[in-house]
Design a binder for this molecule. Structure first.
Ligand code: ADP
Ligand code: MG
Length: 267
């Protein structure tokens, strides 16, 4: 009799939980409460342990769907993760990237600069760090340097540059891929400088480039602008230089590209 009564009580309680969870717009609470109830009784969980386990399911699900939204909104060219990276070619970078992937650099508004010849995994690692950042709850935007300059030029022409820079500061991480593939006009270099200044000590940047810093003056068409920009970027930054042959060309019997000799950042 007692069991029949407690069963009805439990059913009533779960019905009420379904209503309460939907009022809270947290449907997974009702689902987890029902699923974990028997297990909690069998395992002798305290009320507190049971409540924590139920709420944990809701929070984990919310974080995961938030991360997926942030990853979709980031505009990555591809969805490469740190876990997919093969460290054989870059054993020295492994620990440093793992530390960066834990997200501490974002809360300190530090930057990351990935340098190296084409095909050495710069875009892959920048993307992987961006995906990790999204999992840590940060908003992320990814674009090439050329795309960033286009966006900033449009905002500038519309008289909205400072508004746009303020909006971008709400993103914990901005990734600028491929600095140096194309040279900038003077105006573009100034816009890019403003992006870097606006984020300095406020929010993080990840930049990738196939050129060493000494080559950036040529890209920005102005040594002084480039020097001032590099100064702000590297003041609080991890700079990683990837060396070696292109991963794209591995096992193809081609181990040198012309650019590897002329643009090695170690020069
Ligand atoms: P980069 O930006 O330096 O030119 P990418 O990151 O675009 O190079 O890498 C080129 C391709 O090779 C991508 O598909 C990338 O995922 C892959 N790749 C490069 N390095 C690695 C690596 N160490 N492990 C796994 N994939 C890699
Ligand atoms: Mg790249």
């Amino acid at each position: 009799m007692a069991t029949a009564k407690s069963k009805t009580d439990a059913t009533e309680a779960l019905k009420q939980l379904t209503y309460l969870a939907s009022a809270l717009k947290a449907p997974r609470i009702a689902e987890a409460a029902a699923r974990l109830a028997d297990h909690a009784r069998d395992a002798g969980w305290t009320h507190e342990e049971y409540l924590a386990a139920v709420l944990d399911r809701e929070v984990a699900a919310r974080n995961a769907s938030g991360a997926q939204l942030r990853i979709r909104a980031a505009g990555f060219a591809s969805r490469k993760t740190i876990e997919e990276f093969d460290w054989d070619a870059h054993p020295a970078a492994r620990q440093q990237i793992a530390a960066l992937a834990s997200g501490g650099f974002l809360t300190e508004a530090r930057n990351v600069v990935l340098l190296g010849p084409p095909g050495t995994g710069k875009t892959h690692l920048a993307t992987g760090l961006g995906i990790a950042a999204a999992h840590h709850g940060h908003r992320v935007l990814f674009a090439t340097a050329v795309d960033w300059v286009t966006r900033l030029s449009e905002a500038h022409r519309a008289g909205r540059l400072s508004h746009e820079l303020a909006r971008l500061r709400r993103y914990g991480l901005i990734i600028v891929d491929e600095v140096g593939y194309l040279p900038f006009e003077q105006d573009a270099a100034n816009l890019f400088f403003q992006l870097v200044s606006s984020r300095y000590e406020h929010a993080s940047l990840i930049l990738t480039s196939n050129l060493p810093f000494s080559g950036w003056g040529g890209v920005f068409g102005d040594q002084a602008v480039a020097a001032a920009m590099i100064d702000r970027i590297v003041h609080h930054a991890d700079v990683l230089t990837l060396k070696g042959a292109s991963y794209r060309l591995r096992n193809r019997g081609i181990d040198t590209l012309p650019s590897i000799r002329t643009q090695d950042p170690a020069d």
